[in-house]
Structure formats: structure tokens, C-alpha cells
Design a protein around this ligand. Sequence first.
Ligand code: GDP
Length: 525
Amino acid sequence: MNNPNLKQQVDSRRTFAIISHPDAGKTTITEQLLLFGGAIRQAGTVKGKKTGNFAKSDWMDIEKQRGISVTSSVMQFDFAGKRVNILDTPGHEDFSEDTYRTLMAVDSAVMVIDSAKGIEAQTKKLFQVVKRRGIPIFTFINKLDRDGREPLELLEELEELLDIESYPMNWPIGMGKGLEGLYDIHNERIEFYRPERYEGERFIKLTDGEIAEDHPLKEKSIYEDVLGEVELVREAGDQFDLEKIERGDQTPVFFGSALTNFGVETFLETFVQLAPKPHAHKTDADEPISPYEEEFSGFVFKIQANMNPNHRDRIAFVRVCSGTFERGMDVTLGRTGKKMKLSNVTQFMADTRENVEEAVAGDIIGVYDTGNYQIGDTLYEGKLNVAYEELPSFTPELFMKVTAKNVMKQKSFHKGIYQLVQEGAIQLYKTYLTDEYIIGAVGQLQFEVFQHRMLNEYNAEVVMTPMGHKIARWIDPEQLDERMSSSRNILAKDRFDQPLFLFENQFAMRWFADKYPEVELKSLM
Ligand code: GDP
């Protein structure tokens, strides 16, 4: 489609994922961002555990019971002339594959850290997933209104544990009850926490890094301390380096308190300036597709079934990579060559789902799906004929044999399994000769979600038998000899009929490798 404003629209997009260890404040900060964008009118709309208003990210019962976000949700708002798309990610590491696929659909990531806790287990794991993706990472250190750890110590820990350079964009002046404000290094100003205690202004500009001589803050010893610390990080710390930020080798660090809405707007203002606009995406062709390419294209990075139990719908989340999406347009589904009409498409606002009329690169649209789409599918307009890069799968490390409890319910059992596999909720294998079902997961919770959803959505009670096997390795089908299967391994095939072996441990795998040195054992990601 010819859209004269395409470039301008694309350049205004900022699409990012938000990650954190549970309870660091991801939901609270998301809510504040949505408030600034006018997408919601009151706090408590995104996750109202107490009021019973569950947000989009808590679609499933299991999430409500556990209070964790199993799936990712998408929210959009406008701020300072930019259109911002936030993709929420599941905090739990068991769903890191889902997180990774979400990261494939964004151009940057924001990591939220609790200032009292520093880098927590999940932060570290999720960070590693982001790092693999090589996109810019912004850090927000939260809960300054409480007593937390010293900023220098937090930055040191961040650099050491995550192996990334950090650059403080601002510096807390006090914390907890003694929180006075932020020394904003980037904007050369001070932002007061309680402006009414001083001269009433929230922001005061600095001259040569200093506040006016007669300002009451000057008398506080904390102010001198902060000047000293800022000087120290200026001299001994890393220099601000946009190229490093773009490569994900340096993270700009912001401090604040999401709950008291302090420092969040400053973060957002700077974020929309520094965060990258939509990038070109790699395809099977030599050249990546430019986001300014006129013909529409995008890929499915997530499929979510039964978001609304009343409607039993299924939605394919599509990251738009080029062109302009228009409601009712015809596209080709690359994998099958089938023509699809995109008439029933939603966009994700915080408290409503609205019909989307137009979207460009960077935007996420939700296409109603009756079972046509799979994760990784490319959609394109006209003759574009591209296939976006395959979305990587993680090598599962947990396996279960699975059967239907009630043999009369085979049909719903099969339907459920295939749909959940298409969604990427679980991986499916069959024993090579006997076709018994084996499901594979990266984390134990995936099995629980699987079992729960099979029962609730497909009315199929499943029996799962844990297997001791932890290692899956694929082999070239041409090298396969069925005699390689022994009591020390299980020969299976994946859903594309590719052969693989499951081993109980490293010894069993090494024994195999020694016996068949010519056979290459391959893992996924
Ligand atoms: P999530 O699990 O990362 O989404 O975390 P939530 O946003 O649900 O926050 C977890 C808890 O921390 C909630 O009780 C919040 O009210 C609280 N919280 C979030 N941000 C702050 C903050 O800046 N200061 C304080 N004191 N509490 C906060």
C-alpha cells in the first residue's frame, strides 16, 4: 500500500519488552507508563490482584492462582510524539523460551531491579536471554522510597553479575525516608522527590554540575556525598557510549520509585529518545527487509489460545516488519502459500481490546486465528515473498510420557496437544517406532500449565509419567541406524519427523558419542 507517511510513522515507534524478577515492580512501572501515555486512567488497572480486575497479562486461571505472569501481553500508548509498544514477559524462568520469542519481536528491553535486592536469580537468567538477542537494554532501579542498597554497590553488582557496562543517567540523593531527589546527570538538573520541601519546583537546572549557592539542598550533607559519588563514577566509570548501548554492551541506568511515581517520567522521556526505532529484519533472502518497504510483512511470534474463556478465541501475535497493515487486507501465509484476509485484528490497549485500523513496522497486531498459524510464520503482502528468520527453540531438559486418561477422549486429547504445540507452550516428540507421545519442556511449570489447560480448555485429562531423560540431541537423518537405539537412550522424532536421541545423563551421551564418533549430536539453542 502506498502510505506517504510511512517513514515518519515507523520512526516514531518504540517497541520494547520489560523484564524483571517477580515483585521488582514491573507491573507498577508499566502502569505508570500507561498513565503517562493516557492509555489508562487509574493505577491498579493492569494487575488488580486485590480488586479482582485482572489484567490482560493474567488471562489464565493458573496465573491468577500463582500470581505469576505465564504469558506475554502487549500494550500500546503515545508519548511525546512517539508510539510506544510494551511487551510484557513472563517473569518465571520456566517460560524463558516464551520470553525469548517475545524478544525477537522488540527493538529493545527494559530491566527492572529492586534497589533493596539488586540482581536476583531471575534477573540474571532473563538478562542472559536478552543478551543473546543483542538488543539495547535499559535498566530501571526501583523502590528508592525504601531503604535499599548503595547505588555504587548496585552498579558494581550489575556489571559483575551481568557482565555489561553500566552508565548512570541519574543518581539518587538519599533513599527511603531520606530520599530528596535525583541528581540527573544526563539532563543536568535535579529532580526533587518532595518539591514542596524546597523551593517548590520539581526540576532545577544545574550550572557546571552544581545547584545555586543559596539553595537549601546545598546545606544537606547528602548533597555533598552525591557530588562526590557522581564525580567518582564520572572519572572512574564508563563513558556514555551510544554505540555500545545500541549493541547491548552498555546499559543506561535510571533510578526511581514506580509506586510513588518518581523518576518514571524522566526515564520515559529519555528512553523514547535513546531507544532504537524499528530495525530491518533478516529473511531467507540476502538483504534484510527495510521497515520502510512499502509492502506489508510481519511474523507470528506468539499464539495465545483462549484468551477470553467466553469466546474460545485464539490470537496470533504478529510483529509488523514492513509496510502498512490495513484492516481487511489480503496477505499470503508464506509457509502454505495460502491467501489470508486480515479482517479480524486487534491491538492491545491496557483495559480494552480495540479493532486496529492501521499499523506499521514496530507495531504488534493480534490476528484472530482458527488454526492456520504457527509460531514463526511469515505473512506478506503482494509479491514480497519473504520468510523471516526462524524463531529459535530452546533444547528441552525435562521430558514426560503423556497419554489420555480416558481412551474415549482421544480426539480432544490430540486436538489439545497439537494446538498447544503450535502455540509453543510445549514441545512434542514421538518414540521412533511405537509413536508414543513424549512432551519436552524447559521448565517444570510448563508441564503444569499444559496439564491444566488440557483439562480446562480441551476437557482432556492427561496422565504424565516423568522420564529420567534430560538431554536431547538431534542427528542427521541420513546417519540414523535404528540399532543405535539401546537401553541407554531413547530414539524419538520431533514434530517435523527429525530424529533425536534422549539421554539420561552426560555419561550415556558420551558413551554414545564414543561408540558412534562419526555421528554429530546437535542441540537446539
Ligand atoms: P512485578 O511482580 O515485578 O510486576 O511487581 P509489582 O509491580 O506487582 O510490584 C510488587 C510489589 O512491590 C507491589 O506490592 C508493589 O506495590 C511494590 N512496589 C512496586 N514499586 C514500588 C516502589 O517503587 N516502592 C515501593 N515501596 N514498593 C513498590
